[in-house]
Structures are given as structure tokens and as C-alpha cells.
Design a protein around this ligand. Structure first.
Ligand code: NAI
Length: 328
């Protein structure tokens, strides 16, 4: 039998945590033959609710679930972690300036990065979901100097999945026919969902759709502002779809992208496509054997260039702001 994989989830008592933990425990994160130990990291106020969730996890009698640890101590929470999903974050509240938001999250992701550095397993893979996800991932990564930088990633898979769904609807096909879609840049309203290299049933998506008004006036804003539209409709932010995207992100990272397709991940830039090295930005990536590579050689039109540059400029500003605050 296989050794269990240690999976740490922060913000385990939150709404994404609630949608995520049951799917991890039922084998959707790593595979139907991989046992897991769960480490639930919360702040003290969240521990009781996390215990309630753990009771429900017990009550599912999941064949793959071994033990559950609940703690507010990052060193214990990341002890021996093979996979860490950093979901808990400080949300922006009314009247909060961006600098305050970045500082508050630096106070979370700095110490968590250090705790990962000092306690996690050598093969640790980190996905940051908590917003601002790219910059929180950068803060954690810079506070974990002994962990290879590429092990810190930020989630743009929800944006990727949203874009696939919108494109499939427009083209009148199922999502299974959509390949090679890319989210570039920041997980924010400046993100750029790119259909110029995407395929619809093997045909170039942009050429097939050939509708610039839809692209600029409908598709791009719908994908970029989907989070706000969900809050407006549901009265709460995306939770099940965000948890699903987190599952997809890690599953693809571990198990690989399909031949002839790629995915989108926020990863440390190596300077590809003119994105400054060191920032965590979303790219088209292929994955294999637990490693990923940026898809190279894509032709970038002026239209795409301007949008990638705008989102990357926002990430550079965020990096500069957290550097100024001494967080990286
Ligand atoms: P929530 O407010 O329901 O839950 C957050 C949980 O994190 C709470 O239980 C809180 O106690 C906990 N927490 C706060 N600070 C913590 C710390 N230092 N250590 C451990 N736990 C901590 O929020 P929800 O809806 O679950 O969302 C979580 C985050 O995910 C938010 O930042 C949200 O903006 C982000 N998000 C990101 C998406 C993406 O696509 N990257 C999509 C949707 C949400």
C-alpha cells in the first residue's frame, strides 16, 4: 500500500475549505489510489468550526482518508506537508487601502512561507488561492529560500475554467472541445483570457468565432469580472468552483496535462514573453511528472501584448509595494 500524502489546507473552516476538503479526502486531488493525511491550519477563532468539518469528514468514512490534524500553529500545520493549499487570507474590507491589504496578507503569507521552508517535506508543492493570490504566493516564496521557487504557484485555474465555459457556450460546443486556452497575468480584473491560440474542436478559436465585439465587449469582461457577478448573484463569493479549480490545478500539476493541450498557472516568471523574471504571473504551461514548463514560441499580437503588459504592470506594482513594506 502507498504511503499517505500529507495535504495541508489553510483557511480550512472557510467556505472554500468546506467545498475542498471532502474532494481531497475522496481522492480527487491526487488520485483514487492515493491515501491522504489532512492538516487543517486555521486561526484560533476558526478551530472550532474546523473541528466540526473534521467530524463530518470522519462521518464520510472515506477509504483514502488516514488522519486529520487541526491546528493554529503553522509549524505543526506544515509539518511534513507534501501539498499545501493556502486558502486562508485577509479579505479586503470597506475603506481598506491596497497597502493595508498587502501588509495584512504579508503578515499571513510571510510566516507561512517560513513555516513551509522549515517544516514541509522536500517535495512540497504549494498552491496559493487566498487573494491577492499572485502576490501572496510571491511573499510566501520569498520567505522560503530553501524551497525551489517553482514549487510556489498561484491559482488562475478558476479563470481558465471560466473562460473555457464561456468560449464553449459561444461556439456551441461542449467544454471537451476547447483546448489551449491561456490566462495571462494577475488573478484580478486585469487578467487576460487569450483565445488566439485556443482551439475549438481542432480549429483556431479566434478565427472560428471572428467576432471582435464579443471578444472585447463580452468574453474578456465576463471572465475577468465573473467573481463579482457571482457575489452579486449568490450573496457570497465563488466557493465550490474555486475549490474545484484548486483540485484541478494540483491534479494537473501532479498528473500532467493531456497531449495537445495546456493549462494556466500562476508561476514564477523566468522572463518568458517579456514578463519580468521573479514575479508570479499566469502563463500557458504543460505539466509532466510533477514538473511544468511554460509553452514557448506563441506569437503574441499587438492586441494581446497590450493586455498582457497591463496585467503584468499591476503585478510589478504589487511586488514593488510589498518590497517597500519589507515583506519580500
Ligand atoms: P472565508 O472567509 O470563507 O474563509 C477564509 C478562512 O481562512 C476563514 O475560516 C479564516 O478563519 C481563515 N484564515 C484567515 N487567516 C488565516 C491564517 N492566517 N491561517 C489560517 N487560516 C486563516 O473565505 P473563502 O471564501 O473560503 O475564500 C478564501 C480566499 O480565497 C479569499 O482570499 C478569496 O478572495 C480567495 N479566492 C480566490 C480565488 C482564486 O481564483 N484565486 C477564487 C475565490 C476566492
Amino acid at each position: 500500500t502507498r504511503t499517505p500524502v500529507n495535504v495541508t489546507v489553510t483557511g480550512a473552516a472557510g467556505q472554500i475549505g468546506y467545498a475542498l476538503l471532502f474532494r481531497i479526502a475522496s481522492g480527487h486531488l491526487l488520485g483514487a489510489d492515493v491515501p491522504v493525511n489532512l492538516r487543517l491550519l486555521e486561526i484560533p477563532q476558526g478551530l472550532k468550526a474546523a473541528e466540526g468539518t473534521a467530524m463530518e469528514l470522519d462521518d464520510c468514512a472515506f477509504p483514502l482518508l488516514r488522519n486529520i490534524t487541526i491546528t493554529a500553529d503553522p509549524a505543526e500545520g506544515f509539518n511534513g506537508a507534501n501539498v499545501a493549499l493556502l486558502v486562508g487570507a485577509r479579505p479586503r474590507t470597506a475603506g481598506m487601502e491596497r497597502g493595508d491589504l498587502l501588509a495584512a496578507n504579508g503578515g499571513i503569507f510571510g510566516p507561512q512561507g517560513k513555516a513551509i521552508n522549515d517544516n514541509a517535506a522536500d517535495d512540497i508543492k504549494v498552491l496559493v488561492v487566498g487573494n491577492p493570490a499572485n502576490t501572496n504566493a510571491l511573499i510566501a516564496q520569498r520567505n522560503a529560500p530553501d524551497v525551489p521557487a517553482e514549487r510556489f504557484t498561484a491559482m488562475t485555474r478558476l479563470d481558465h475554467n471560466r473562460a473555457i465555459a464561456q468560449l464553449a457556450k459561444k461556439a456551441g460546443v461542449t467544454v471537451n472541445d476547447i483546448k489551449k486556452l491561456t490566462i495571462w497575468g494577475n488573478h484580478s480584473a486585469t487578467q487576460y483570457p487569450d483565445i488566439f491560440h485556443a482551439e475549438v474542436a481542432g480549429k483556431n478559436a479566434a478565427e472560428l468565432i471572428a467576432d471582435q465585439n464579443w471578444l472585447e465587449g463580452d468574453f474578456i469582461p465576463t471572465v475577468a469580472k465573473r467573481g463579482a457577478a457571482i457575489i452579486d448573484a449568490r450573496g457570497a463569493s465563488s466557493a465550490a468552483s474555486a475549490a474545484n479549480a484548486a483540485i484541478d490545478h494540483v491534479h494537473t500539476w501532479v498528473n500532467g496535462t493531456a497531449e495537445g493541450d495546456w493549462t494556466s498557472m500562476g508561476i514564477v516568471s523566468d522572463g518568458s514573453y517579456g514578463v519580468p523574471a521573479g514575479i508570479i504571473s499566469s502563463f500557458p504551461v504543460t505539466t509532466k511528472d510533477g514538473k511544468f514548463e511554460i509553452v514557448q514560441g506563441l506569437e503574441i499580437s499587438d492586441f494581446s501584448r497590450a493586455r498582457i503588459d497591463a496585467s503584468v504592470a499591476e503585478l510589478v506594482e504589487e511586488r514593488d509595494a510589498v518590497a517597500e513594506l519589507g515583506l519580500i
